[in-house]
Ligand binder design. Structure first.
Ligand SMILES: [Zn+2]
Length: 152
């Protein structure tokens, strides 16, 4: 079972031969982009809702790894659905791949090779250059903007 996210849809020319599904949020994103593929494939895609219990697991893992700010609510349901259906996520989204690997969910990259190891994020103040492990709206010391960096 392949679980498709929006990036998978946007880069596909044909639906995969394997059995596949996606959460309703992905379909909504395609509708918002008025993606022509939806008209072609709309009836062939299985749309499933994830369970709240799985979504809770995803939220906890994303918060821990620092990916929660980069994951949309739809992204979270993609990962949660993969837990529910015991599927492989098909995505080019780096944060989805990261949280999937933390949760032990297999994933497949669409275009790129995919990441090899779990990364965490750090945040640096662009004013005073202080580093933080948690995301802040702005620097608690000097109030400057923060930027996210991959933790090595
Ligand atoms: Zn600062």
């Amino acid at each position: 079972m392949l679980i498709l996210d929006s990036s998978a849809f946007f880069s596909m020319d044909n639906l995969p031969d394997e059995e596949h599904a996606c959460p309703p949020g992905v379909i909504r994103e395609l509708e918002n982009h008025e993606d022509p593929r939806l008209a072609l494939w709309g009836d062939m895609v299985r749309v499933s809702d994830c369970t709240e219990a799985s979504l809770e697991k995803v939220r906890a893992a994303a918060t821990k790894s620092g990916d929660s700010n980069r994951l949309s609510p739809t992204d979270m349901t993609v990962i949660a659905l993969a837990i529910d259906l015991n599927g492989t996520i098909w995505t080019d989204d780096y944060s989805i791949q990261n949280v999937a690997s933390i949760l032990g969910i297999p994933y497949r990259a669409v275009g790129m090779a995919g990441i090899k190891k779990v990364v965490k994020w750090n945040y640096q103040c662009m004013g005073c250059k202080k580093w933080y492990k948690e995301k802040q709206p702005d620097c608690p010391i000097c109030g400057s903007q923060m930027k996210a960096c991959r933790r090595k």
